[in-house]
Write a protein that binds this ligand. Structure first.
Ligand code: NAP
Length: 263
């Protein structure tokens, strides 16, 4: 299947490592021109160089903290200066710290909302005018399986991400006449540094080894294993492609069956 991605411009946020990096790799494999961002310059430049060397695509990077609107606006100016427009947007950021109700103060929720909800809103406001103008666009917002099934000891993630689903669903209705689709993806446990850290935290809290912590997680996953980032990225790439033209307003879980509900 030709995904119709070759030569189109993709913005991939929070992409120096982990899920964002894997999305950038998957899009590069399909021949997209890319602009990636993250806060740490060293890792970001390393990723930019690695993807350019492997796939020979045009890729640029920009240091940007997606929780800051002024940074996102500068990021947008950089992308538009270089490429004039954007066809695909993947919104993403880091994850809030693990913990439950008694571990946090109300201000911590605000920080998590800035990280996971406001970042998606800033990025969408920045790039959507170009999609509207050209009457073509694909937006995929990364959330978490916590939007369908809250996870113990991840109260900040559980709370801060559900607004993204509401935002994207509401947006999708308004932008559909401009041939713009907007969807969410909800990853389950996928092996990245973030998950390694969550496993270390669980091991410490429950006084068990990291291996045991991993086993207690995988026993709740019907596929019996943690996901590979490429399994996440391939779904995102399809949703960002021309082929996914009649999917909008959806939230698609990529979780090896971890979510127990029906819909
Ligand atoms: P990761 O391996 O820790 O990578 C996070 C990436 O985001 C890095 O490139 C990081 O670079 C960048 N980043 C973090 N904060 C940023 C900010 N404020 N502005 C710009 N870039 C930022 O994490 P991951 O596993 O890929 O997770 C990505 C997101 O998916 C997180 O929100 C995570 O909670 C969520 N998620 C992950 C899983 C999973 O199983 N992996 C499951 C559900 C949800 P810098 O630090 O240099 O900025």
């Amino acid at each position: 299947m030709d995904l119709g991605i070759k030569g189109k411009v993709a913005v991939v946020a929070a992409a120096s490592k982990g899920l964002g990096k894997e999305v950038a790799i998957s899009l590069a494999r399909e021949g997209a021109n890319l602009v990636i961002c993250a806060r740490g310059e060293e890792e970001l430049k390393k990723t930019e160089g690695e993807i350019r060397d492997r796939f020979k695509v045009k890729i640029l990077s920009f240091v940007c903290d997606v929780t800051k609107r002024e940074d996102v606006e500068k990021f947008k100016d950089f992308v538009i200066d270089e490429f004039k427009t954007v066809h695909m947007l993947f919104t993403n950021a880091g994850g809030p710290p693990p913990g439950g109700f008694f571990d946090f103060e109300p201000e911590d929720y605000l920080k998590a909302i800035n990280l996971n909800l406001m970042s998606a809103i800033y990025l969408t406001y920045a790039f959507i005018p170009y999609m509207k103008e050209q009457r073509y666009g694909r937006i995929v917002a990364s959330t978490s399986i916590t939007v369908k099934q809250p996870i113990k000891n991840l109260i900040l993630s559980n709370v801060s991400r559900t607004g993204v689903v509401s935002f994207i669903k509401s947006l999708s209705n308004e932008v559909a006449p401009y041939n713009i689709t907007a969807n969410c993806v909800a990853p389950g446990y996928t092996m990245t540094d973030r998950v390694r850290k969550l496993m270390e935290d669980k091991a410490k809290r429950e006084n068990i080894s990291v291996d045991e912590a991993l086993k207690t997680i995988t026993k709740d996953i019907p596929m019996g294993r943690i996901g590979d980032p490429s399994e996440f990225a391939d779904v995102v790439t399809f949703l960002l492609s021309e082929r996914a033209s009649y999917i909008t307003g959806a939230t698609i879980q990529i979780d090896g069956g971890y979510y127990r509900g029906l819909m």
